[in-house]
Design a protein around this ligand. Structure first.
Ligand code: C5P
Length: 235
């Protein structure tokens, strides 16, 4: 069963999408106690972000390493073991059966939970066809979600729009982690399918990943607190 945190603040994951550790550290200091969970992706991870992850964890924060691993099983397992040693809470892998199995096995007995990315949200039917797939987006997402569940993956990354469908497929056994969150009135940017925090929670999301609405806000701490307040009353 998924364990949705009872504290709404633990359900907000802020994406540290900034170019370097100095800017990330400044943001973390500004956000202070308003944020407990951070996501480190390609941009920061490849610019010193993994040692920053250790510092954040040492300071009592939770960290989601969003490196979307995909390689031969042995290599995935070694990578997962290293990330587990950092003390991270979540790590993403692409939802290919071999990759998911290797990651789940390597994470066993550690505190690390593995999240699978079913189909990247930038892919549409034409992109899948071009990449050699015969299934459409919805069918491939559903197939990979079932495979992830059978393999013992802890959660799925999905758009809030997909969350309700995925809940119907996987029940309560997996956590759903949703980016593409925009509080009412905030800039959409390059996201195509967005939802407010309250609607994403109502659609079945356990955790919300929020980047620009907090990172680029004039007052990031107030922006984070407003989202936590919205999560607290959503159901
Ligand atoms: O700034 P914004 O709130 O759009 O940031 C969303 C974060 O979630 C980014 O770090 C982005 O890479 C990530 N993400 C996403 N869509 C996915 C998977 C991850 O936007 N399907």
């Amino acid at each position: 069963m998924t364990q949705t945190p009872t504290n709404p603040r633990e359900r907000l994951i802020v994406a540290l999408d900034v170019p370097d550790v100095a800017q990330a550290s400044k943001l973390v200091a500004t956000l202070d106690d308003s944020v407990l969970f951070y996501k480190i992706g390609y941009q920061l991870a490849y610019a010193g972000g993994l040692s920053m992850a250790q510092d954040l964890i040492g300071a009592g924060k939770k960290v989601f390493i969003d490196l979307k691993l995909h390689d031969i099983g042995n290599t995935v397992a070694s990578g997962v073991a290293s990330i587990a040693k950092l003390g991270a809470t979540f790590l993403t892998v692409h939802a290919y059966p071999q990759t998911m199995k290797a990651a789940v096995e390597a994470s066993r007995g550690t505190g690390l939970k593995i999240l699978a990315v079913t189909v990247l949200t930038s892919y549409d039917e034409a992109d899948l066809k071009e990449a050699g797939y015969s299934l459409g987006v919805a069918d491939l997402v559903a197939q990979r979600a079932r495979q992830a569940q059978a393999i013992g993956i802890d959660g799925l990354v999905c758009s809030a729009e997909e969350a309700a469908n995925l809940r119907a497929i996987v029940g309560q056994s997996l956590s759903l982690v949703t980016p593409g969150i925009r509080p009412a009135g905030s800039a959409v940017g390059d996201q195509k399918r967005v939802m407010t925090p309250a609607r994403a929670i109502a659609a079945g999301a356990d955790y919300l990943v929020v980047g620009r609405p907090i990172v680029a806000a004039t007052d990031p701490k107030s922006a984070a607190n407003a989202i936590v307040a919205e999560i607290a009353v959503a159901h």
